[in-house]
Design a protein around this ligand. Structure first.
Ligand code: ZN
Ligand code: ZN
Length: 135
């Protein structure tokens, strides 16, 4: 993103004294893509006896199902098990999504670079903010 001030109105760069007529603002992108499958919030399933199962937003997420342990956790191996319908004991495999085929990001640290000299702004102050602080 590039911003420009009217010509001749910019403050001077504190590092080199050149008049600033604009700046680049670049935000670091932090990747939030999940590497593991997560429960599908839109999943629902009707078992053979007609019991409806779905993912609930609030815990317990699978209110109609019970987690049955097949193999207890041992050393650093996680517990293994499966879900069963609480009413008829049918084995249910909850719907999962992902890992996402799309990479997702959130903006992180912002860096402001003065133009035209290219110096990095001290404390990421935009020239406008910096000038307002100096008044
Ligand atoms: Zn400079
Ligand atoms: Zn059932």
């Amino acid at each position: 993103m590039v911003k420009f001030l009217p010509p001749g109105t910019g403050p001077r760069c504190p590092l080199c004294g050149e008049r600033i007529n604009g700046w680049d603002s670049v935000a670091e992108q932090i990747e939030t893509t999940s590497a593991f499958p997560v429960p599908d919030p839109n999943w629902s399933y009707t078992d053979r006896r007609g019991h409806i199962h779905m993912y609930w937003e609030l815990p317990p997420h699978y209110a109609t199902m019970e987690w049955v342990v097949d193999l207890a956790a041992w050393m650093d191996l996680p517990e293994e098990g499966h879900y069963e319908c609480k009413a008829c004991r049918e084995t249910i495999v909850p719907g999962m999504i992902g890992p996402s085929p799309f990479r997702t990001f959130i903006p992180g640290m912002r860096t402001i670079t003065y133009r035209p000299c290219g110096h990095e702004a001290p404390n990421n102050l935009s020239p406008i903010r910096w000038r307002a602080d100096a008044l």
